[in-house]
Design a protein around this ligand. Structure first.
Ligand code: S3P
Length: 430
Protein backbone atom coordinates (compact mmCIF):
# COMPACT_ATOMS: atom_id res chain seq x y z
CA UNK A 1 0.00 0.00 0.00
CA UNK A 2 2.34 2.74 -1.13
CA UNK A 3 -0.44 5.32 -1.21
CA UNK A 4 -3.99 5.62 0.00
CA UNK A 5 -6.86 7.65 -1.39
CA UNK A 6 -9.20 9.15 1.19
CA UNK A 7 -12.55 10.16 -0.22
CA UNK A 8 -14.69 12.74 1.57
CA UNK A 9 -17.39 11.25 3.80
CA UNK A 10 -20.78 12.44 5.05
CA UNK A 11 -20.63 11.02 8.57
CA UNK A 12 -18.98 8.35 10.75
CA UNK A 13 -20.72 6.08 13.21
CA UNK A 14 -20.50 2.74 14.95
CA UNK A 15 -18.32 1.07 17.53
CA UNK A 16 -14.77 -0.19 17.50
CA UNK A 17 -11.81 -1.32 19.56
CA UNK A 18 -8.35 0.02 18.89
CA UNK A 19 -5.09 -1.95 19.20
CA UNK A 20 -3.51 -2.29 22.63
CA UNK A 21 -1.67 0.71 24.02
CA UNK A 22 1.78 1.04 22.51
CA UNK A 23 3.45 2.59 25.56
CA UNK A 24 2.04 -0.03 27.93
CA UNK A 25 2.83 -2.94 25.58
CA UNK A 26 6.52 -1.95 25.41
CA UNK A 27 6.73 -1.79 29.20
CA UNK A 28 4.90 -5.04 29.90
CA UNK A 29 7.09 -6.88 27.39
CA UNK A 30 10.34 -5.49 28.80
CA UNK A 31 9.42 -6.20 32.42
CA UNK A 32 8.17 -9.68 31.49
CA UNK A 33 11.61 -10.36 29.98
CA UNK A 34 13.23 -9.35 33.29
CA UNK A 35 10.77 -11.29 35.44
CA UNK A 36 11.00 -14.88 36.61
CA UNK A 37 8.55 -17.16 34.83
CA UNK A 38 6.03 -16.92 32.04
CA UNK A 39 4.01 -13.75 31.55
CA UNK A 40 0.93 -13.71 29.36
CA UNK A 41 0.01 -10.39 27.83
CA UNK A 42 -3.28 -10.09 25.98
CA UNK A 43 -4.46 -7.31 23.65
CA UNK A 44 -0.77 -6.60 23.03
CA UNK A 45 -0.26 -3.74 20.57
CA UNK A 46 -0.23 -4.65 16.88
CA UNK A 47 2.13 -1.74 16.25
CA UNK A 48 5.34 -2.33 14.32
CA UNK A 49 7.06 -0.41 17.16
CA UNK A 50 6.08 -3.05 19.72
CA UNK A 51 7.23 -5.79 17.37
CA UNK A 52 10.62 -4.09 17.41
CA UNK A 53 10.66 -4.36 21.20
CA UNK A 54 9.70 -8.06 21.12
CA UNK A 55 12.35 -8.72 18.50
CA UNK A 56 15.05 -7.02 20.59
CA UNK A 57 13.98 -8.94 23.72
CA UNK A 58 14.16 -12.28 21.99
CA UNK A 59 17.60 -11.42 20.64
CA UNK A 60 18.56 -10.77 24.26
CA UNK A 61 17.47 -14.27 25.26
CA UNK A 62 13.85 -13.90 26.39
CA UNK A 63 11.51 -16.47 24.88
CA UNK A 64 8.74 -14.63 23.04
CA UNK A 65 5.71 -16.39 21.54
CA UNK A 66 3.14 -14.37 19.61
CA UNK A 67 -0.33 -15.59 18.72
CA UNK A 68 -2.59 -12.87 17.30
CA UNK A 69 -2.66 -10.19 19.98
CA UNK A 70 -1.50 -12.57 22.75
CA UNK A 71 2.13 -12.58 23.71
CA UNK A 72 3.81 -15.05 26.08
CA UNK A 73 7.18 -13.97 27.39
CA UNK A 74 9.38 -16.34 29.35
CA UNK A 75 11.71 -14.20 31.41
CA UNK A 76 14.94 -15.38 32.91
CA UNK A 77 14.99 -13.01 35.87
CA UNK A 78 16.75 -9.70 36.36
CA UNK A 79 20.18 -11.19 35.62
CA UNK A 80 19.02 -13.49 32.84
CA UNK A 81 19.51 -11.53 29.61
CA UNK A 82 22.27 -12.61 27.23
CA UNK A 83 24.41 -10.69 24.79
CA UNK A 84 22.81 -10.51 21.35
CA UNK A 85 24.96 -11.83 18.56
CA UNK A 86 23.72 -9.13 16.24
CA UNK A 87 22.98 -5.45 16.63
CA UNK A 88 19.51 -4.76 18.10
CA UNK A 89 17.07 -3.03 15.76
CA UNK A 90 14.59 -0.60 17.31
CA UNK A 91 13.12 0.22 13.88
CA UNK A 92 11.14 3.46 14.08
CA UNK A 93 10.60 3.21 17.83
CA UNK A 94 12.03 5.83 20.17
CA UNK A 95 10.49 4.05 23.15
CA UNK A 96 12.25 0.79 22.28
CA UNK A 97 15.62 2.46 21.96
CA UNK A 98 15.43 4.75 24.98
CA UNK A 99 13.86 2.29 27.43
CA UNK A 100 16.09 -0.58 26.35
CA UNK A 101 19.10 1.71 26.75
CA UNK A 102 18.21 1.78 30.45
CA UNK A 103 18.05 -2.01 30.68
CA UNK A 104 21.18 -2.57 28.59
CA UNK A 105 23.12 -0.18 30.83
CA UNK A 106 22.75 -2.64 33.70
CA UNK A 107 23.99 -5.73 31.83
CA UNK A 108 27.38 -7.39 32.12
CA UNK A 109 27.80 -7.31 28.34
CA UNK A 110 27.85 -4.68 25.64
CA UNK A 111 25.13 -4.16 23.05
CA UNK A 112 24.61 -2.10 19.94
CA UNK A 113 21.16 -0.72 19.25
CA UNK A 114 20.22 0.98 16.02
CA UNK A 115 17.08 2.15 14.24
CA UNK A 116 15.74 3.43 10.93
CA UNK A 117 16.69 6.74 9.32
CA UNK A 118 14.09 8.65 11.37
CA UNK A 119 15.23 7.16 14.68
CA UNK A 120 18.86 7.91 13.78
CA UNK A 121 17.88 11.60 13.66
CA UNK A 122 16.29 11.66 17.12
CA UNK A 123 18.19 12.95 20.17
CA UNK A 124 19.66 10.23 22.40
CA UNK A 125 21.87 12.45 24.54
CA UNK A 126 18.90 12.82 26.88
CA UNK A 127 19.22 9.15 27.91
CA UNK A 128 22.98 8.91 27.50
CA UNK A 129 23.58 11.63 30.12
CA UNK A 130 21.79 10.03 33.10
CA UNK A 131 22.77 6.47 32.16
CA UNK A 132 26.43 7.49 31.92
CA UNK A 133 26.12 9.13 35.35
CA UNK A 134 24.95 5.76 36.67
CA UNK A 135 28.08 4.09 35.31
CA UNK A 136 27.27 2.81 31.82
CA UNK A 137 29.53 3.61 28.88
CA UNK A 138 27.60 4.74 25.82
CA UNK A 139 29.09 5.60 22.46
CA UNK A 140 26.98 7.28 19.81
CA UNK A 141 27.38 9.11 16.54
CA UNK A 142 28.59 12.70 16.81
CA UNK A 143 25.91 14.80 18.52
CA UNK A 144 24.37 11.88 20.42
CA UNK A 145 22.59 9.93 17.68
CA UNK A 146 22.04 6.19 17.11
CA UNK A 147 23.50 3.66 16.69
CA UNK A 148 24.32 3.44 20.38
CA UNK A 149 26.96 1.10 21.71
CA UNK A 150 26.14 0.48 25.35
CA UNK A 151 28.62 -1.18 27.66
CA UNK A 152 26.79 -2.14 30.81
CA UNK A 153 28.19 -1.91 34.31
CA UNK A 154 27.28 -2.42 37.91
CA UNK A 155 25.22 0.75 38.20
CA UNK A 156 25.15 3.32 40.95
CA UNK A 157 21.81 4.89 41.91
CA UNK A 158 21.33 8.59 41.12
CA UNK A 159 18.83 11.34 41.74
CA UNK A 160 18.07 12.81 38.37
CA UNK A 161 15.99 15.87 37.49
CA UNK A 162 14.60 15.61 33.98
CA UNK A 163 15.77 18.53 31.83
CA UNK A 164 13.00 17.80 29.27
CA UNK A 165 9.60 16.45 30.20
CA UNK A 166 9.96 12.93 28.78
CA UNK A 167 8.43 9.68 29.97
CA UNK A 168 11.00 7.82 27.89
CA UNK A 169 13.92 9.40 29.73
CA UNK A 170 12.23 8.93 33.11
CA UNK A 171 11.61 5.29 32.22
CA UNK A 172 15.15 4.67 30.99
CA UNK A 173 16.50 5.87 34.36
CA UNK A 174 13.94 3.87 36.39
CA UNK A 175 14.66 0.70 34.41
CA UNK A 176 18.41 1.20 34.88
CA UNK A 177 17.59 1.74 38.56
CA UNK A 178 16.46 -1.89 38.73
CA UNK A 179 20.11 -2.87 38.26
CA UNK A 180 21.54 -0.33 40.72
CA UNK A 181 22.41 -0.95 44.34
CA UNK A 182 20.05 1.32 46.30
CA UNK A 183 17.32 3.78 45.45
CA UNK A 184 17.22 5.64 42.13
CA UNK A 185 15.09 8.80 41.99
CA UNK A 186 13.76 10.78 39.08
CA UNK A 187 12.36 14.25 39.65
CA UNK A 188 9.99 15.40 36.95
CA UNK A 189 9.18 19.11 36.96
CA UNK A 190 6.28 18.40 34.58
CA UNK A 191 4.27 15.22 35.08
CA UNK A 192 4.54 12.71 32.22
CA UNK A 193 2.84 9.37 31.55
CA UNK A 194 3.35 7.00 34.47
CA UNK A 195 2.95 3.61 32.79
CA UNK A 196 6.45 2.50 33.82
CA UNK A 197 5.75 3.21 37.47
CA UNK A 198 2.42 1.34 37.36
CA UNK A 199 3.91 -1.60 35.46
CA UNK A 200 6.90 -1.85 37.81
CA UNK A 201 4.52 -2.06 40.77
CA UNK A 202 2.53 -4.79 38.97
CA UNK A 203 5.64 -6.90 38.43
CA UNK A 204 6.57 -6.56 42.08
CA UNK A 205 9.22 -3.81 42.14
CA UNK A 206 9.30 -1.35 45.02
CA UNK A 207 8.40 1.99 43.53
CA UNK A 208 6.85 5.07 45.06
CA UNK A 209 5.99 8.62 44.18
CA UNK A 210 6.22 11.63 46.45
CA UNK A 211 5.27 14.91 44.82
CA UNK A 212 7.42 15.27 41.70
CA UNK A 213 9.84 12.47 42.70
CA UNK A 214 9.61 8.83 41.65
CA UNK A 215 11.87 6.32 43.41
CA UNK A 216 12.67 2.74 42.61
CA UNK A 217 14.54 0.28 44.78
CA UNK A 218 17.27 -1.58 42.92
CA UNK A 219 17.64 -5.35 42.45
CA UNK A 220 14.07 -6.47 43.05
CA UNK A 221 12.74 -9.89 42.16
CA UNK A 222 10.20 -9.40 39.41
CA UNK A 223 7.46 -12.00 39.11
CA UNK A 224 5.78 -13.03 35.86
CA UNK A 225 2.22 -11.69 35.43
CA UNK A 226 -0.91 -12.23 33.41
CA UNK A 227 -1.89 -8.86 31.98
CA UNK A 228 -4.29 -7.25 29.56
CA UNK A 229 -3.31 -4.09 27.69
CA UNK A 230 -6.01 -1.41 27.35
CA UNK A 231 -6.74 0.09 23.94
CA UNK A 232 -4.46 2.92 22.84
CA UNK A 233 -6.02 6.33 23.48
CA UNK A 234 -3.50 7.90 21.10
CA UNK A 235 -4.95 5.72 18.31
CA UNK A 236 -8.55 6.20 19.45
CA UNK A 237 -8.07 9.95 19.11
CA UNK A 238 -8.12 9.73 15.31
CA UNK A 239 -11.66 8.34 15.45
CA UNK A 240 -12.73 10.96 17.98
CA UNK A 241 -11.34 13.56 15.60
CA UNK A 242 -13.17 12.02 12.63
CA UNK A 243 -16.44 12.28 14.57
CA UNK A 244 -15.69 15.92 15.28
CA UNK A 245 -15.00 16.62 11.59
CA UNK A 246 -18.15 14.96 10.21
CA UNK A 247 -21.69 16.12 11.13
CA UNK A 248 -24.14 13.77 12.83
CA UNK A 249 -21.36 11.37 13.82
CA UNK A 250 -21.62 9.03 16.77
CA UNK A 251 -18.80 6.71 17.79
CA UNK A 252 -18.14 4.41 20.72
CA UNK A 253 -14.62 3.09 21.32
CA UNK A 254 -14.45 0.21 23.77
CA UNK A 255 -11.80 -0.63 26.38
CA UNK A 256 -9.54 2.36 25.93
CA UNK A 257 -6.79 3.32 28.36
CA UNK A 258 -7.82 6.42 30.32
CA UNK A 259 -4.74 6.86 32.51
CA UNK A 260 -5.02 10.48 33.80
CA UNK A 261 -1.44 11.23 32.65
CA UNK A 262 -2.55 10.38 29.09
CA UNK A 263 -6.15 11.57 28.89
CA UNK A 264 -5.66 15.35 28.74
CA UNK A 265 -6.82 15.22 25.13
CA UNK A 266 -10.33 14.34 26.31
CA UNK A 267 -10.42 17.39 28.62
CA UNK A 268 -9.10 19.64 25.88
CA UNK A 269 -11.62 18.48 23.28
CA UNK A 270 -14.36 18.68 25.91
CA UNK A 271 -13.39 22.25 26.78
CA UNK A 272 -13.66 23.11 23.07
CA UNK A 273 -17.24 21.80 23.02
CA UNK A 274 -16.91 18.11 22.11
CA UNK A 275 -19.62 15.86 23.56
CA UNK A 276 -17.50 13.06 25.04
CA UNK A 277 -18.68 10.64 27.71
CA UNK A 278 -16.85 7.86 29.51
CA UNK A 279 -18.67 4.65 30.33
CA UNK A 280 -17.78 1.54 32.37
CA UNK A 281 -14.61 3.06 33.76
CA UNK A 282 -12.61 0.54 35.77
CA UNK A 283 -9.08 -0.15 36.90
CA UNK A 284 -6.93 -2.92 35.41
CA UNK A 285 -3.39 -3.56 36.68
CA UNK A 286 -3.32 0.02 38.02
CA UNK A 287 -4.38 1.53 34.66
CA UNK A 288 -7.82 3.12 34.14
CA UNK A 289 -9.84 1.65 31.27
CA UNK A 290 -13.25 2.50 29.87
CA UNK A 291 -15.42 3.11 26.82
CA UNK A 292 -15.42 6.50 25.13
CA UNK A 293 -18.54 7.78 23.39
CA UNK A 294 -18.37 10.86 21.19
CA UNK A 295 -21.06 12.75 19.32
CA UNK A 296 -20.39 15.37 16.69
CA UNK A 297 -20.39 18.98 17.88
CA UNK A 298 -18.87 22.01 16.25
CA UNK A 299 -15.64 22.77 18.14
CA UNK A 300 -14.75 26.25 19.33
CA UNK A 301 -10.99 25.71 19.08
CA UNK A 302 -8.51 27.49 21.32
CA UNK A 303 -4.93 27.70 22.56
CA UNK A 304 -2.94 24.72 23.90
CA UNK A 305 0.16 25.60 25.90
CA UNK A 306 2.25 25.15 29.04
CA UNK A 307 2.57 22.00 31.12
CA UNK A 308 -0.47 20.39 29.45
CA UNK A 309 1.59 19.94 26.27
CA UNK A 310 3.64 17.06 27.74
CA UNK A 311 0.44 15.12 28.43
CA UNK A 312 -0.96 15.75 24.96
CA UNK A 313 2.18 15.36 22.93
CA UNK A 314 1.13 12.39 20.77
CA UNK A 315 -2.38 13.78 20.23
CA UNK A 316 -1.27 17.17 18.93
CA UNK A 317 -1.20 16.07 15.25
CA UNK A 318 -4.85 15.00 15.41
CA UNK A 319 -5.81 18.16 17.29
CA UNK A 320 -3.97 20.40 14.83
CA UNK A 321 -5.69 18.66 11.91
CA UNK A 322 -9.01 19.60 13.51
CA UNK A 323 -8.02 23.29 13.41
CA UNK A 324 -9.70 24.12 10.08
CA UNK A 325 -12.94 22.55 11.36
CA UNK A 326 -13.14 24.76 14.47
CA UNK A 327 -14.72 28.19 14.92
CA UNK A 328 -11.65 30.01 16.24
CA UNK A 329 -8.84 27.83 14.96
CA UNK A 330 -6.23 26.03 17.06
CA UNK A 331 -2.97 27.38 18.35
CA UNK A 332 -0.25 25.17 19.85
CA UNK A 333 2.54 26.76 21.91
CA UNK A 334 5.50 25.46 23.99
CA UNK A 335 5.65 22.28 21.89
CA UNK A 336 9.17 22.40 20.41
CA UNK A 337 9.45 18.67 21.32
CA UNK A 338 7.18 18.01 18.33
CA UNK A 339 10.15 18.80 16.09
CA UNK A 340 12.08 15.75 17.35
CA UNK A 341 9.37 13.11 17.08
CA UNK A 342 9.13 10.52 14.27
CA UNK A 343 9.22 13.56 11.97
CA UNK A 344 9.45 17.29 12.54
CA UNK A 345 5.74 17.33 13.28
CA UNK A 346 5.43 21.12 13.34
CA UNK A 347 6.86 21.43 9.83
CA UNK A 348 4.95 18.39 8.55
CA UNK A 349 1.64 19.66 9.92
CA UNK A 350 2.17 23.14 8.52
CA UNK A 351 3.22 21.91 5.09
CA UNK A 352 0.40 19.40 4.65
CA UNK A 353 -2.32 21.60 6.13
CA UNK A 354 -1.29 24.29 3.65
CA UNK A 355 -1.45 21.76 0.81
CA UNK A 356 -5.10 21.25 1.75
CA UNK A 357 -5.72 25.02 1.69
CA UNK A 358 -5.56 25.75 5.42
CA UNK A 359 -4.10 29.00 6.67
CA UNK A 360 -1.21 28.17 8.99
CA UNK A 361 1.45 30.14 10.81
CA UNK A 362 4.43 27.98 11.74
CA UNK A 363 6.44 28.98 14.83
CA UNK A 364 9.58 27.54 16.41
CA UNK A 365 7.58 25.91 19.21
CA UNK A 366 4.19 25.36 17.62
CA UNK A 367 1.73 26.60 15.05
CA UNK A 368 -1.51 28.46 14.57
CA UNK A 369 -4.14 26.92 12.30
CA UNK A 370 -7.00 29.20 11.25
CA UNK A 371 -10.56 28.00 11.76
CA UNK A 372 -13.55 27.68 9.46
CA UNK A 373 -13.55 31.32 8.38
CA UNK A 374 -10.36 30.62 6.36
CA UNK A 375 -12.43 28.39 4.04
CA UNK A 376 -13.07 24.71 3.49
CA UNK A 377 -10.15 22.30 3.02
CA UNK A 378 -9.65 20.75 -0.39
CA UNK A 379 -8.22 17.35 -1.28
CA UNK A 380 -4.44 17.29 -1.81
CA UNK A 381 -1.42 15.06 -2.00
CA UNK A 382 -0.10 14.51 1.53
CA UNK A 383 3.53 13.76 2.37
CA UNK A 384 3.50 12.21 5.88
CA UNK A 385 7.34 12.07 6.05
CA UNK A 386 7.19 8.43 7.15
CA UNK A 387 5.34 9.45 10.32
CA UNK A 388 2.35 7.30 11.32
CA UNK A 389 0.57 10.06 13.19
CA UNK A 390 0.87 12.43 10.23
CA UNK A 391 -0.68 9.88 7.86
CA UNK A 392 -3.61 9.25 10.21
CA UNK A 393 -4.17 12.92 11.10
CA UNK A 394 -4.44 13.83 7.42
CA UNK A 395 -6.69 10.87 6.62
CA UNK A 396 -9.07 12.38 9.18
CA UNK A 397 -8.73 15.95 7.89
CA UNK A 398 -9.41 14.61 4.37
CA UNK A 399 -12.82 13.20 5.35
CA UNK A 400 -14.33 16.67 5.53
CA UNK A 401 -12.46 18.18 2.57
CA UNK A 402 -13.75 18.87 -0.91
CA UNK A 403 -12.36 16.27 -3.30
CA UNK A 404 -10.11 13.25 -2.79
CA UNK A 405 -6.85 13.24 -0.85
CA UNK A 406 -3.91 11.04 -1.66
CA UNK A 407 -1.67 10.01 1.22
CA UNK A 408 1.77 9.00 0.01
CA UNK A 409 3.69 6.28 1.81
CA UNK A 410 0.44 5.57 3.70
CA UNK A 411 1.61 2.24 5.14
CA UNK A 412 3.67 4.13 7.73
CA UNK A 413 0.43 4.14 9.81
CA UNK A 414 1.33 0.53 10.73
CA UNK A 415 4.01 1.86 13.04
CA UNK A 416 1.16 2.21 15.55
CA UNK A 417 -2.05 1.05 13.82
CA UNK A 418 -1.85 -1.55 11.01
CA UNK A 419 -5.64 -1.69 10.36
CA UNK A 420 -6.27 2.02 10.55
CA UNK A 421 -7.54 2.69 7.00
CA UNK A 422 -9.69 -0.45 6.89
CA UNK A 423 -11.31 0.46 10.22
CA UNK A 424 -11.93 4.03 9.10
CA UNK A 425 -13.43 2.81 5.83
CA UNK A 426 -15.75 0.43 7.71
CA UNK A 427 -17.19 3.23 9.85
CA UNK A 428 -17.64 6.13 7.42
CA UNK A 429 -20.76 6.69 5.34
CA UNK A 430 -20.76 8.53 2.05
C1 S3P B 1 6.34 7.67 25.10
C2 S3P B 1 6.66 8.93 25.55
C3 S3P B 1 6.56 10.12 24.70
C4 S3P B 1 5.67 9.86 23.49
C5 S3P B 1 6.01 8.58 22.81
C6 S3P B 1 5.82 7.41 23.77
C7 S3P B 1 6.51 6.54 26.04
O1 S3P B 1 7.84 10.47 24.24
O2 S3P B 1 5.76 10.92 22.59
O3 S3P B 1 5.17 8.38 21.69
O4 S3P B 1 6.00 5.43 25.74
O5 S3P B 1 7.14 6.73 27.07
P1 S3P B 1 8.84 11.40 25.09
O6 S3P B 1 9.23 10.66 26.32
O7 S3P B 1 10.03 11.63 24.19
O8 S3P B 1 8.08 12.65 25.38
Amino acid sequence: MPKQIIRPARTISGSLEVPGDKSISHRYAMLAALAEGVSEISHFSAAADCRSTLDCLSRLGAKVEIKDSRVRVTGAGLAGLRKSRRSLDAGNSGTTMRLLAGILSGQEFSSTIDGDASLRRRPMRRVMDPLTKMGARIEAREGGYAPLKITGARLAPIEYTLPVPSAQVKSAVLLAGLFADGVTSVIEPVRTRDHTELALAEFGARIDREGRAVRVQGRPRLAARKLEVPGDLSSAVFFLAAALVLPESNIVIHNVGLNPTRSAVLDVLGSMGAAISLVSVRSAHGELVGDIAVRHELLRGGILEGDAIAQLIDELPAIAALGPYTEQGIEIRNAAELRVKESDRIAALAENLRRMGAKVEERPDGLRVEGRSAGRLHGAEIEPRGDHRMAMAFAVAALGAEGDTLIRDAECAAVSYPDFYATLERLVER
